[in-house]
Design a protein around this ligand. Structure first.
Ligand code: ADP
Length: 268
């Protein structure tokens, strides 16, 4: 809240009192923060991959160069990874802006939770998930949820990726689900490094990283969980986390159940 106090003058220009104006500037601050975050992302996060791409391309283009095929392939693989990282940042940022502007469009339909879980598991890159044991004890007897299958798949893929990424040994992920009167709750439990209590409340914030060094090395952007939360809340759902450092974490998303017209009618 911005409070402005100004003098009120009478006929003879004498001050006869004070006036006050309250203005809620929360929204303006939010917009400023979004802009500052964008500038900081472009200047920090983009700089490293772009410098590295430039260096590799210049090496490959050196006039006197006669590089071995293997070396060229290695350089091109590095360039490809850097480009992928920049692309991920741009996509994540576009999602964040849409979420913050409440302009994320959802293509909602009745969805079987089992189907989106299986499809998200299949989307995990082979080389990334090769040493992970992923176990889903969800079957197709769960009630349908009402949501956007692409966006919900994106949330699950993100949770699975984090469960594998933040693990020092052999990742073991267990996916379970249950339903109650209004929601289907899907939990993703891992045996990873866990999250210290003092970070727990902040991990859904934009760019929040528990350990910057580690994340940079592992290719995180600090935007993943912010996007997950935004997508789940746009579904009128909830996302929660429980974690013990050194033991593991459990992320649970709760999505409203699909109620057919018949079911609604019966309820009335
Ligand atoms: P990033 O894209 O960097 O992974 P996220 O928004 O997905 O960012 O996660 C934010 C922070 O939460 C990360 O810094 C990471 O340390 C922590 N985190 C997320 N998921 C897990 C998990 N399953 N186990 C341990 N730490 C996690």
């Amino acid at each position: 809240i911005l409070l402005t106090v100004f003098p009120v003058t009478g006929n003879g220009n004498d001050e006869v009192g004070k006036g006050m104006v309250w203005r809620d500037i929360t929204k303006e601050h939010e917009v400023d923060k979004l802009k500052n975050d964008l500038i900081s992302m472009v200047s920090h996060e983009f700089k490293t991959p772009i410098t590295s791409i430039r260096g590799s391309v210049e090496t490959l283009l050196r006039e006197d160069a006669d590089w071995e095929e293997d070396f060229k392939r290695e350089m091109l693989t590095g360039i490809h990874e850097d480009i992928e990282h920049v692309q991920e940042l741009v996509n994540d940022w576009l999602d964040i802006s849409r979420i913050e502007a409440k302009a994320i469009s959802l293509d909602k339909e009745p969805v079987q939770p089992h189907a989106i879980i299986t499809s998200a598991i299949r989307k995990l890159p082979k080389h990334f998930a090769s040493n992970a044991k992923i176990e889903s004890i969800v079957d197709d007897s769960l009630p349908f949820i009402y949501g956007d299958r692409v966006r919900l798949g994106q949330v699950l893929l993100n949770l699975f990726t984090n469960a594998i990424r933040y693990n020092d040994d052999s990742p073991h992920i267990e996916i379970s689900a249950h339903s109650d009167e209004a929601y289907v709750h899907i939990s993703v439990a891992d045996n990873g490094i866990g999250i210290n209590e003092r970070h727990l409340g902040k991990i859904f914030d934009r760019f929040y990283c528990v350990d910057n060094e580690r994340e940079r090395r592992l290719g995180g952007t600090g935007l993943g969980l912010t996007i997950c939360k935004g997508i789940i809340e746009a579904h009128n759902g909830m996302i929660k986390v429980q974690s013990s450092e050194g033991i593991g974490s459990i992320f649970t998303i709760s999505i409203p159940k699909y109620r057919s017209a018949g079911a609604e009618y019966e309820k009335i």
